[in-house]
Design a protein around this ligand. Structure first.
Ligand SMILES: C[S@@+](CC[C@H](N)C(=O)[O-])C[C@H]1O[C@@H](n2cnc3c(N)ncnc32)[C@H](O)[C@@H]1O
Length: 470
């Protein structure tokens, strides 16, 4: 690494690690670890292994996680555009894995952008249940939304709120919550050297205070009996064991649950926090000199089942729904049904609940939680974006294409990953190609990638302008 580490950081780490410090410091001279996580919403692990053009090696603590070598560029492959995998550093795969989300559950990812862990949680849900992926910064929330779209996630709601605001709306609502907290990023110094310039002892303190507030909000939103995972990518005890020690003092209804993979994850350090609590030894540290990944901290907590009854979440009242149903929703649903009858005769998803269709302006969505009222919450996406309704016709969305399989579509134009026409499609060009007229799902080696529209021997390009390859 060319950039030198801040002295206050190295002195603290030397004092903490003592004999181990030299090995820790030497890890900064080692090459970075690169990882990708296969997206089971699009492709099964074994099929990916048969198909991957990059040699990969499994990550021990994540069934769908793999390392790839320096020099490979999986982010520049059409399979990435088709959402077959998400690029994610191996240690970063641990937090969502440890939350153990189950299909059908209600999950909150409270600090979610750019979406590494949200896409992983959505994959664990397998399209069943609800994921609220929240990000406080509007620009980052948009990137989060795009990443969920690319991964073909049908059941995520992307919000752009403060934790406090969500807490008012969703008391004791979630089965599981991930708090991947904003932190001073010491574990990322090697991967993102700009984190070094932004670091200061004061930033560590500010992050610690912010983490306490975010955790308080998360505690209030978790159902009794629910599970919380707290994670950071920093080494500072103040942001790790100390944030947990304070949280446990403030919330006696929580207890720490042991984490898996003791052969890879090291114990947390109770002696690095006040008051010293032995429980903290069951939190985990991922050290870059002890495993093939960057630095992380993890804690998994259980909320006592006796911690009070789940509160009533404001739901749409019938009369309110009738009043607030946007004008044109009925027509929009009819436009969707006409589109689906023509272009998606084998749709496997059952989109039959009229209450689940939501119209925002011209944009039609299918909500994974029709009973919830989103009024007053900043929402970027509610479940599956079906398309834009204009003049009683539906123009299908890119999100819909990515959530479909080739078997569901009436018309498919399939290209191999090496076909020059595929590159032309990704660049936004129209293609000469025979086929019956109408909306056509474009696929790469059988995996959905976007829309085209056949008109008399021409395949018009509907790959979104902002995603086109240059
Ligand atoms: C470590 S990053 C999350 C990474 C993400 N979980 C992933 O896997 O891609 C922390 C996020 O918390 C957001 N954040 C910053 N301040 C916050 C606050 N006060 N409350 C909630 N989130 C905040 C940041 O914008 C950032 O996107």
């Amino acid at each position: 690494m060319t950039q030198s580490l801040p002295t206050a950081f190295t002195e603290r780490m030397r004092a903490l690690l003592q004999d181990e410090y030299d090995a820790f410091a030497a890890s900064y001279e080692q090459p970075l670890f690169h990882g990708l996580r296969v997206n089971p919403l699009k492709i099964a692990r074994e099929r990916f292994l048969a198909l991957t053009p990059f040699p990969v090696e499994p990550v021990a603590w994540c069934a769908n996680g793999f390392r790839y070598q320096e020099g490979m560029r999986p982010g520049k492959h059409p399979y990435h555009s088709a959402g077959l995998y998400y690029l994610q550093e191996p240690s970063a795969m641990s937090a969502a894995e440890c939350l153990e989300a189950q299909p059908g559950e209600t999950i909150l990812d409270l600090c979610a952008a750019p979406g590494g862990k949200s896409t992983q949680l959505a994959a664990a849900l397998l399209g069943e249940g609800l994921l609220i992926a929240n990000e406080i910064h509007p620009v980052r929330a948009r990137i989060l939304s795009e990443n969920l779209e690319r991964c073909g996630v049908p059941n995520a709601v992307v919000t752009n709120e403060t934790p406090e605001r969500l807490m008012e709306r969703f008391p004791q609502f979630f089965d599981r919550i991930l708090v991947d907290a904003p932190c001073s990023g010491e574990g990322m110094f090697r991967k993102l050297p700009e984190a070094i310039d932004e670091w200061s002892p004061n930033k560590v303190l500010e992050c610690h205070r912010m983490q306490i507030d975010i955790l308080d909000a998360a505690a209030a939103m978790l159902k009794p009996g629910g599970t919380l995972v707290y994670s950071t990518c920093t080494f500072a005890p103040l942001e790790n064991e100390q944030s947990m020690a304070i949280f446990l003092e403030r919330h006696p209804e929580f207890s720490i649950i042991p984490l898996p993979y003791p052969e890879h994850f090291s114990s947390g350090h109770p002696e690095w926090a006040t008051p010293v609590s032995d429980e903290l030894a069951q939190t985990a540290r991922l050290w870059p000199h002890l495993l093939s990944g960057e630095g992380h901290y993890l804690a998994k907590l259980h909320k006592s089942a006796d911690a009070g009854q789940p509160a009533e979440v404001p739901k749409k009242r019938k009369e309110k729904r009738a009043k607030s149903a946007p004008a044109g929703c009925k027509e929009a649903i009819a436009a969707w049904r006409a589109f689906a009858a023509d272009a998606l005769p084998h749709l496997s998803r059952h989109l039959g609940d009229d209450r689940a269709f939501l119209l925002f302006g011209e944009q039609l969505f299918y909500s994974p939680a029709p009973e919830l009222d989103w009024d007053g919450i900043k929402v970027l996406r509610v479940g599956l974006h079906l398309g834009t309704v204009k003049k009683n016709r539906l123009e299908p969305s890119h999100a819909l294409a990515l959530a479909l399989s080739a078997q569901e579509a009436a018309r498919v134009a399939d290209f191999s990953a090496e076909d020059p026409d595929l590159l032309r499609y990704l660049k936004g060009e129209a293609l000469s190609r025979e086929g019956s007229n109408g909306w056509t799902l474009i696929t790469v080696d059988g995996f959905s990638l976007g829309w085209g529209k056949h008109v008399d021997g021409q395949l018009k390009n509907h790959y979104p302008k902002g995603l086109r390859w240059l």
